[in-house]
Structure formats: C-alpha cells, structure tokens
Design a binder for this molecule. Structure first.
Ligand code: HEC
Length: 131
C-alpha cells in the first residue's frame, strides 16, 4: 500500500468514528396543532357566518362562495387590502355594513340577526381577514 492510500484510509476511518460519535438524537414531534376555533366567540361567529354569509363570501371569506360568480360587484374577499373595502375592515365598519347593507349591491343589511349576533359575526369577519 502506498503512503497516500494509507493516509487516506486512516483519515476516512477517523472521520467515520467522529461522525458516529456525535450522531444527533432524534426528537419526537410531540407538539399538537391547536384547533382553528378555540375562542367560543370565534366558534359562534363561524356558525353564524357559515349559515348566513358563506354562500357568497366563501367558507373562509375569500369571496368565492357558490353564488359569487353570478354577483356584481363581487363579494368582498376579507383578506383584501383596506383600500378595496367600501366601509372598511374594522369591527366598527363591518358592524355598520351589517346594519345598513351596501346600497346598490347584493350585500344587504343583516339587522334581523340582532345586535349580539352582528357583533359576533363582525368579530369573526375581522378574524377571517387575519387568518
Ligand atoms: C347575496 C350574497 C351575500 C351574502 C349572503 C352576504 N354578502 Fe357580504 N357582500 C356581498 C357583496 C357582493 C359585497 C361587495 C359589496 C360592494 O362592493 O358593494 C359584500 C361585502 C361585504 C363586506 C365588505 C363591506 C365593505 O366595507 O366593503 C362585508 C364586511 C360583508 N359583506 C360581510 C358579510 C357578512 C358578515 C355576511 C353574513 C351575515 C354577508 N356579508 C352576507 C355579498 C353577500
């Protein structure tokens, strides 16, 4: 065996020993994913939204509900920048939209839901805008 080969095999052996020596321990993935709606008010808002709004706004508020294609103007995508909103995307502005509707659009008033439900679903719309 020539000198070079000998040195190369010694080096390989040493590297193998080092590599085996500090093999990282496998860590088990124990983290659990939190359910989407943990806050009961958000859960209630989701229920109202799915019953009254999702047909136009889509289940996640992306403006892509089953009825959306036929509508003009299109239902708001709740993740759209505030510049695309007519009343605005704060809870107060969403509450105004729900109480008054938007004139000349398929977005009618939802006053009949009552103040509590309007407050709850307005909070949920804000939540959808951020999640
Ligand atoms: C018949 C379809 C339809 C239903 C049902 C509907 N919307 Fe809309 N919504 C629209 C359309 C269309 C627009 C866009 C109006 C516009 O741009 O003039 C809109 C706009 C909005 C906006 C944005 C207002 C803004 O400032 O631009 C909010 C908030 C909203 N809807 C919330 C809701 C909520 C909450 C419900 C359920 C309680 C609901 N909508 C039900 C069609 C609908």
């Amino acid at each position: 065996m020539n000198k070079f080969l000998l040195m190369a095999s010694v080096a390989t052996f040493a590297l193998t020993m080092i590599a085996c020596g500090d093999k990282p321990k496998e860590t088990a993935a124990t983290e659990t994913v939190a359910p989407a709606a943990v806050d009961p008010e958000i859960a209630k808002g989701e229920e109202i939204f799915l019953q009254n709004c999702a047909s136009c706004h889509g289940e996640k508020g992306a403006g892509d509900g089953a009825a959306a294609a036929a509508l003009n103007p299109k239902p708001r995508n709740f993740k759209a920048p505030v510049s695309e909103w007519k009343n605005g995307n704060t809870v107060a502005a969403i509450t105004k939209t729900l109480n008054e509707g938007i004139k000349g659009s398929p977005m009618v008033a939802y006053k009949h839901l009552g103040n509590d439900n309007i407050a709850t679903v307005a909070k949920y719309v804000e939540y959808l805008g951020k999640n």
